[in-house]
Write a protein that binds this ligand. Structure first.
Ligand code: GDP
Length: 329
């Protein structure tokens, strides 16, 4: 964010909001940079910005996409995104990357990964926010979703690597969670834990093409059987298992049709809005925790007192319980 934003925040904030609401991507990018900023004056501006654009787009759809590295996420998002823009949708692609602290270099990497989509005037690709904690990254990604929606994007895709905790974080910010899988190799080899499979609203076996087609069809039957054993979900949704080839662009439209079925079903049975409401409440409580923690640890006197007590605990001169009590007194 350039420094003029700070010097005369009111005027510039209004420009920023106007530009954003007009769907101007330069302003959208600036707004995202602002909400990602950790400076305290930026935080104030961000709060005002978010507050003023928050209820702009109720009809958006937030889709999470996960799968192990190499499964074809970016190839899929490219094909899927192009299909959506051809239907007249505006598509934003964000990512939550737990290993990030990504540099500008990988921003370019992302763009070339989704080369066609990044040149599409109806698409917006933003690399993952960097941050020291997954919670912090999740928070700015959530605000980024709101900004994209305010800028008129209908479908927001949030990509994450399917290897750790980030799936849960993404599941908590999307309406629909799509898991990309590969045929063969077994779940364990693919590094996908059962819990992640159970979070999925859709299992899609990618690379169902060429020599791999037969194995993909077999995998589809296996996963279908596995899905039957999952506990019932609150959306009352039977998780579809499909095949696609992100490379040959087959099965892409069919997967969108499944998503549309989900949206129509959950909008009529109330789950769609119930889920968003629960997510917002969970986010609220997460932020309270984060704020309390930040405020507590950032006090210089607390830092010192903690150090002292660490020593006492290490030499068994004080119990943990007593040390904590003393800190809070
Ligand atoms: P990501 O790490 O999950 O984002 O995976 P990428 O999209 O980068 O794809 C990894 C590799 O798999 C690349 O070489 C792709 O060209 C290839 N790939 C992706 N989708 C398909 C597909 O549907 N069929 C085949 N045969 N290869 C694919």
């Amino acid at each position: 964010m350039d420094s003029t934003f700070r010097r005369t925040p009111d005027i510039h904030l209004q420009d920023l909001i106007d530009g954003l609401l007009n769907g101007n991507r330069v302003f959208l990018s600036k707004a995202i940079t602002l909400v990602e900023s950790k400076r305290s004056d930026d935080r104030k501006l961000s709060a005002e910005l978010i507050d003023r654009v928050i209820d702009s787009n109720e009809d958006s759809l937030r889709i999470g996409i996960t799968g192990v590295p190499g499964v074809g996420k970016s190839t899929f998002i490219e094909s899927f995104g192009k299909m959506l823009t051809s239907l007249g949708k505006k598509v934003a692609v964000l990512s939550v990357d737990p290993s990030s602290n990504r540099t500008k270099g990988s921003i370019l990497g992302d763009k070339t990964r989704m080369d066609e989509l990044s040149r599409d005037p109806n698409a917006f690709i933003r690399p993952s926010a960097s941050g020291s904690s997954l919670g912090g990254v999740a928070h700015s990604t959530r605000e980024t979703i709101l900004l994209c929606e305010a800028a008129g994007f209908d479908v927001i895709i949030i990509e994450t690597v399917g290897v750790g905790q980030s799936e849960t974080v993404v599941k908590d910010m999307v309406d629909y969670f799509l898991l990309l899988m590969l045929a063969g190799g077994g779940d364990e080899l693919q590094g996908i834990k059962r819990g992640i499979m159970e979070m999925a609203d859709h299992i899609l076996i990618n690379k169902a093409d060429k020599d791999n087609l037969k194995a993909a069809k077999q995998a589809k039957e296996d996963y279908k059987n596995a899905v039957h054993l999952f506990p019932p979900n609150e959306a009352e949704w039977v998780v579809p298992v499909g095949l696609c080839s992100a490379l040959e662009k087959t099965g892409i439209k069919e997967s969108w049709e499944e998503i549309e079925k989900y949206v129509s079903k959950t909008r009529s049975n109330g789950w769609f809005s119930e889920n968003r409401k629960r997510q917002a409440l969970k986010w609220f409580h997460e932020r309270i925790h984060a704020r309390l923690e930040d405020d507590f640890y950032s006090k210089p006197e607390i830092k010192e007192e903690i150090k002292k007590r660490e020593k006492l605990i290490s030499s068994q001169k004080i119990s943990v319980r007593k040390a904590v009590d003393e800190l809070f007194n």
